[in-house]
Ligand binder design. Structure first.
Ligand code: GLN
Length: 486
């Protein structure tokens, strides 16, 4: 059976009705990883033996599948999220040997729901990037075209789901790192509202923006995974104590009568014509499903990149100060004194992009520049947030492209950070505003590269975003296509 090509909910049905076994399921994924991943580099580490041991507990009846829809589901975790006793490298030399002393809240919750961890996935170092080329270890390739990037920074998770190397995965999104790789790899990626999912045990990049979310084969799976990880956590004071709706139940409702806003600032020159065409066709599909399409404006969109690339590096420079070679992580061997040890450890441990962000961030926070840069960017952030709040007076959810371009070639942008930053234009505003967003497959270019539709909703309305995504997905068939891997 092609278990590796099934979504989690289907695998779970087959497991529960004993049409497949848990060991059989996990083995199929592990064998596929051995066969295919050397050419893709989606994983940084795999937990083959442990995964098989856990699967045996299901087959022997020691554990049962009725506990949760994730029971027995083989999943992968972005290597910036802690799993107790396993390496958490963040794709960085500075944490190359760092073993997590505890579980992140999300990994704890997934474990309790019965998910089986297959391994940790590759990423841009400390999640800084849009192509996964900034990993200190390997470059992940796009399963649809191995000459191209999978997107980033959760490129390993997106590639693993697309290639059938796990049934679902966790990614993190600070400025688009779940949605953009999902769109580049033709899978579903959901960034929850800031505060919906606990960040405890997630290695911090930009703490006012970071969120953890699922990358899956279809929208129903995204709802299942979000259900398992969402909710207030006393260990993360920014997680919000609001009731968590029943996401899966919300999917079934039609979108008839919903007002879907089309922001004119997201249909601009420079967007790949086939991306725009696919998104426009998706909008027509939603209209055919009974939604009312309304034109909206998000006037401060063009300032998103500038504001984000001040705020995120500022927070990063502060968060990354803890890697000093003393408490944990890489320590340079030949430091003359304490200061020299700091300097050498950080010089050796961090890659070029991380160093660039630390320098940018330190600069915009320094005395004399703070008001001109950091404070101004924070004010712009408020304006961007206000744009969305006003737009949601006129519409229930927003439809837009995820990225102006499909997956680009490896190396194409890696020497030009500005070009790389510009490609985040459509994902950054939602991150700055803290609202939820999803990428759902909506077409392919003539070169067979996937295209994603972005659906944004008001704060804490993931059930609405998921519902629109599911209704669109069920009216299309792009999510059923998988790349040729053999
Ligand atoms: N590409 C953006 C950056 O480089 C977003 C990364 C992310 O969401 N982690 O910062």
């Amino acid at each position: 059976m092609q278990i590796h090509s099934f979504p989690i909910h289907r695998i779970h049905d087959l497991l529960e009705t004993r049409q497949i076994g848990a060991v059989e399921t996990v083995s199929e994924f592990l064998e596929r990883i051995s066969a295919i991943d050397p050419g893709l580099n989606a994983y940084l580490a795999t937990f083959g033996e442990k995964a098989i041991e856990e699967a045996k507990l299901y087959d022997s009846g020691a554990r049962d599948f009725s506990a949760s829809p994730l029971a027995g589901a083989p999943v992968a975790i972005k290597d910036v999220i802690a799993i107790k006793g396993e390496l958490t490298t963040c794709g960085s030399r500075i944490l190359k040997d760092f073993v997590s002393p505890y579980n992140a809240t999300v990994t704890e919750k997934l474990r309790r729901a019965g998910a089986i961890f297959l391994g940790k996935t590759n990423l841009d170092e400390f999640a800084m990037g849009s192509s996964t080329e900034n990993s200190a270890f390997v470059k992940t390739r796009n399963p649809w075209d191995r000459q191209r990037v999978p997107g980033g920074s959760s490129g390993g998770s997106a590639a693993a789901v697309a290639a059938g190397l796990c049934a679902g995965a966790l990614g993190t999104d600070t400025g688009g790192s779940i949605r953009q790789p999902a769109s580049f790899c033709g899978v579903v990626g959901l960034k929850p509202t800031y505060g919906r999912v606990s960040r405890f045990g997630l290695v911090a990049f930009a703490s006012s923006l970071d969120q953890i979310g699922p990358i899956t084969r279809d929208v129903e799976d995204a709802a299942i995974m979000l259900q398992a990880i969402a909710g207030y956590d006393p260990s993360d004071s920014t997680s919000v104590d609001l009731p968590v709706p029943q996401y899966r139940a919300a999917l079934k409702q039609s979108i008839k009568g919903l007002r879907l806003g089309i922001p004119r600032e997201y249909f601009i020159e420079g967007t790949h014509p086939e991306v725009e065409a696919a998104v426009r066709t998706a909008i027509e599909t939603c209209s055919r499903l009974g939604a009312t399409i309304v034109d909206i404006s998000l006037p401060h969109t063009e300032y998103g990149i500038a504001a984000y690339y001040i705020i995120a590096p500022a927070e990063a420079s502060s968060n990354l100060a803890r890697y000093d070679g003393v408490k944990y992580g890489h320590r340079a061997k030949n430091g003359a004194d304490l200061l020299d040890t700091y300097r050498k450890s950080r010089s050796e441990g961090f890659g070029a992009e991380v160093k660039r962000r630390i320098m940018l961030g330190t600069y915009v926070l320094s005395a004399g520049y703070y008001d001109a840069y950091y404070k101004k960017a924070s004010q712009v952030r408020t304006l961007i947030r206000r744009d969305f709040l006003e737009a949601f007076q006129k519409c229930d959810a927003i439809l837009a492209p995820v990225s102006p371009i499909p997956a680009f070639k490896l190396g194409e942008k890696s020497n030009d950070p500005l070009q790389m930053y510009l490609s985040d234009v459509f994902t950054l505003p939602a991150s700055l505003a803290g609202i939820p967003g999803i990428s759902v497959p909506c077409g392919f270019t003539t070169e067979h590269l996937p295209i994603g539709l972005q659906i944004l909703g008001p704060h804490f309305r993931e059930e609405l975003v998921l519902r629109v995504a599911h209704q669109f997905e069920q009216a299309s068939s792009f999510h059923l296509l998988a790349p040729e891997m053999e």
